[in-house]
Ligand binder design. Structure first.
Ligand SMILES: Cc1ncc(COP(=O)(O)O)c(C=O)c1O
Length: 408
């Protein structure tokens, strides 16, 4: 899987392959269909315990599956069910996240994840900014969803370059990119590529001085940075506690132990939403009919795990990361692509052929991402709290073996 999406050419085109598959005339027995499903799942490249590849491939908290059974099996709930029922859980889940992210009274809603949240941010910025030919400024490291949103909403996305090695934008470049048409800014906390924290405070300060909308994409950070801070890590301010932050998003399905697809979008002020027209079933999000189980599962997991549960999960995932980082960087020739910060890490090498290491790891059934960024091949891992210490050690051993084979 290639993760260097910010270095892919903008014209990159991916056409879905066609499968000619006829609807069977007569329904096939349930047991037979289930056996086929199991078989197909088993043919994936790697098992979930060996999957350090995609961003959100971990088991959600156990309670969420029980909530799903209740939601689908017993109550059959939809998202828009009443304020005292399902919706009350969405409101309170959003409230708990608002408390974690710097402003307990921040209004917001549950989304399907980082992409939909980023679309909401662009929409709020554009509609509140009221400019002809609107422009929105991001570092080039921003998630692709901003390009999608800009295309859909007729916004010109101004992408500021980053340093080849630190992958950080220079705030002076961001300031220079501001024009009378600018409706907002965004950066990531941290970026999805190698987990590097972007200069959120500097962005917030600039946005505040210029009176611009500023969104923080904390897809990865929202469920780990507050807990890292308590564990004594140096975490700079990144959330609604900074007055210049207009909105923030985070994904429950990354480090929040919530099922795919659960994201949160939070705004500083209720008035910001007045710029977004809505109707009963499509309030703020980009999809109408939604499962009620998502809000309920989020609410249940947040209450079931509590602050201590997430603290423990953070401690655990960072210990896994350290096992992997220490093991891989102990291999002569291997180093980190960027300083380690959260549970997403990248490795580079000036002497080892990482493409061969990548192929060897894949053959051995270990999921990871491989790509080339600014001319440097890299291997990237997204480490989920549902991985085990044994899995982390297993990955290091597999990496050592993959390097040895690449060098033989
Ligand atoms: C920083 C960042 N923002 C947004 C997203 C998009 O999230 P989703 O896949 O949930 O739409 C990702 C996905 O990895 C990400 O890393």
């Amino acid at each position: 899987m290639v993760a260097a999406e910010f270095d892919l050419p903008a014209s990159h085109i991916d056409v879905p392959p066609v499968a000619i598959a006829a609807l069977p005339t007569r329904g096939i027995a349930e047991a037979e269909v289930l056996a086929e499903v199991k078989d197909r799942f088993g043919r994936n490249d790697y098992g979930h315990d060996r999957n350090f590849a995609i961003s959100y491939s971990g088991m959600p908290a156990a309670i969420t599956r029980k909530v799903e059974e209740l939601a689908v099996g017993e109550f059959f709930v939809e998202w828009a069910d009443s304020e005292t029922g399902t919706l009350s859980m969405e409101r309170e889940a959003v409230g708990m996240m608002a408390g974690l992210l710097g402003k307990p009274d921040a209004p917001g809603f549950i989304t399907t994840g980082g992409t939909e949240s980023n679309l909401a941010a662009l929409r709020l910025a554009r509609n509140n900014g009221k400019r002809d030919a609107p422009e929105f400024i991001v570092p080039v490291t921003i998630h692709f969803s901003f390009r999608l949103g800009a295309e859909l909403m007729g916004i010109h996305l101004v992408e500021v370059d980053v340093d080849d090695h630190t992958l950080q934008p220079d705030i002076a470049d961001v300031e220079r990119a501001i024009t009378p048409r600018t409706v907002g800014l965004a950066c990531s906390a941290p970026a999805g590529s190698f987990g590097t924290m972007e200069p959120v405070e500097a962005f917030a300060d600039l946005a505040w001085r210029k009176g611009l909308y500023f969104h923080v994409d904390a897809a990865f950070g929202g469920f780990i940075l507050p807990f890292m801070r308590e564990l004594g890590y140096d975490v700079p301010p990144f959330d609604l506690s900074l007055p210049g932050v207009s909105s923030i998003s985070t994904d429950g399905h990354k480090l929040g132990l919530l099922p795919i697809s659960t994201g949160f979008f939070l705004a500083r002020d209720a008035e910001l939403f007045e710029a977004i027209p809505t109707e009963r079933t499509l309030i703020h999000t980009t999809s109408s009919t939604k499962p009620g189980s998502r809000a309920a599962a989020a609410w249940a997991a947040l209450r079931n795990l509590g602050w201590e549960g997430y603290l423990q999960s953070t401690r655990h995932v960072l210990a896994l990361r350290d096992t992997i980082v220490d093991g891989v960087t102990a291999i002569p020739g291997m180093s980190l692509a960027a300083p380690k910060f959260i549970s997403v890490v990248g490795f580079v090498s000036s002497s080892i052929d990482l493409e061969r290491v990548h192929e060897n790891l894949l053959k051995a059934g270990w999921g990871h991402s491989y790509g080339v960024l600014r001319g440097r091949p890299f291997i990237r891992l997204s480490i989920h709290p549902s991985r085990t210490a044994e899995g982390a050690r297993g990955f290091v051993e597999a990496f050592e073996a993959a390097v040895a084979r690449a060098q033989s």
